[in-house]
Design a protein around this ligand. Structure first.
Ligand SMILES: *Cc1c(COP(=O)(O)O)cnc(C)c1O
Length: 315
């Protein structure tokens, strides 16, 4: 029965990722769909987006198409997230916990501080490339979402959205009902372990199976951060490539960005390919001078050893 499997998957998410019992969880087709659901159904007039990279900026741009008053505040990659000057008309503060494009992150402590400074606003967090990889303090924000092709290690085509009771209350009060994926419709179906449209059943099933296998997020978090420190130590010693983000407080634990000369990056990618390693391309304006390494839980220790061995031979 689908309803049973759906309910069990939600329960597994709650227990493995330490999501408070009172939060509602439903599935979408992607993180991008979550951006749109928030813009169309959870805000009447104004969101404020604090961003330092391509995904955060795109979220703001997509929201502006639906809610033209959406505000954007940009900040530097090596600076901690600024939040002193949020417009008082803001209904939802939107931030990208892990900016996949440049390898930066916002700590649980900062998220908590933002929430405490603006208790009347909702806080929405894009955790697409960190959820299921690091231990996020879900209680400190109202909307969290991710898609499963990053830290969940699953095929693309499924998004997970997590909503606090306050977020649900706001969505039900606004009663936006113009779309197949309008929030009140989805929430109504979710209460019965049903969906508003035929979902990605195979994706939900695979998520269920993976969640049964993976350890508690606290354990995964320790492993990911150990591995992160191993990478950082290695590349700090390396004379060849630099860490793109210099400030340790803003550096992502799950996406490492390395920087070098354009020729060097091109050559490294080619040589890696010869030994069966596909190095991740940089993103956007840094594409030609950076490489990205995914520090995701599904990657085995042996693959990490192989990757570091490759880089060792190159310095
Ligand atoms: C990958 C990514 C997205 C987009 O995910 P889709 O599943 O393609 O919609 C959004 N935000 C961040 C931070 C991402 O890393």
């Amino acid at each position: 029965m689908f309803e049973e499997m759906f309910g069990e998957t939600v329960a597994l998410l709650k227990s493995k990722l330490h999501i408070p019992e009172a939060y509602a969880i439903f599935f979408t087709s992607s993180a991008t769909e979550c951006w749109e659901i928030i813009a169309q159904s959870l805000v009447e007039r104004q969101t404020t987006h604090i961003y330092n990279g391509a995904f955060g900026e795109k979220w703001w741009q997509y929201t502006q198409k639906i809610k033209p008053l959406a505000l954007g505040i940009s900040f530097d990659e090596n600076e901690e997230i600024p939040y002193d000057h949020i417009s008082p008309n803001t209904e939802i503060i939107c931030l990208t916990q892990n900016e996949t494009s440049n390898g930066t992150q916002v700590s649980n402590a900062k998220i908590k501080a933002i929430k405490e400074k603006y208790p009347q606003m909702l806080l929405a967090v894009d955790a697409t490339s960190s959820m299921a990889g690091i231990n996020l303090d879900i209680n400190q924000a109202d909307l969290w979402f991710a898609s499963v092709q990053k830290c969940f290690g699953l095929p693309a085509g499924l998004g997970v959205m997590i909503c606090s009771p306050r977020a649900v209350e706001k969505g039900l009060a606004i009663q936006e009902n113009l779309h197949y994926n309008s929030f009140p419709f989805i929430i109504g179906m979710t209460a019965k372990n049903q969906t508003a449209y035929t979902p990605n059943v195979l994706g939900i099933y695979l998520l269920n199976r993976v969640l049964q296998m993976v350890p508690d997020i606290k354990e995964v978090d320790i492993k990911i951060k150990d591995r992160y420190r191993r990478y950082i130590h290695f590349f700090e010693e390396s004379t060849q490539l630099d860490l793109h983000i210099h400030e340790p407080a803003t550096r992502s634990h799950t996406v490492l960005v390395l920087e070098g000369e354009q020729d060097q990056i091109t050559t490294l990618k080619k040589e890696a390919k010869k030994v069966g390693i596909q190095l991740g391309n940089g993103y956007g304006k840094y594409a030609h001078i950076t490489l990205r390494i995914a520090n995701f839980p599904a990657i085995g220790d042996r693959d990490v050893d192989k990757l570091l061995q490759f880089f060792s031979g190159k310095r």
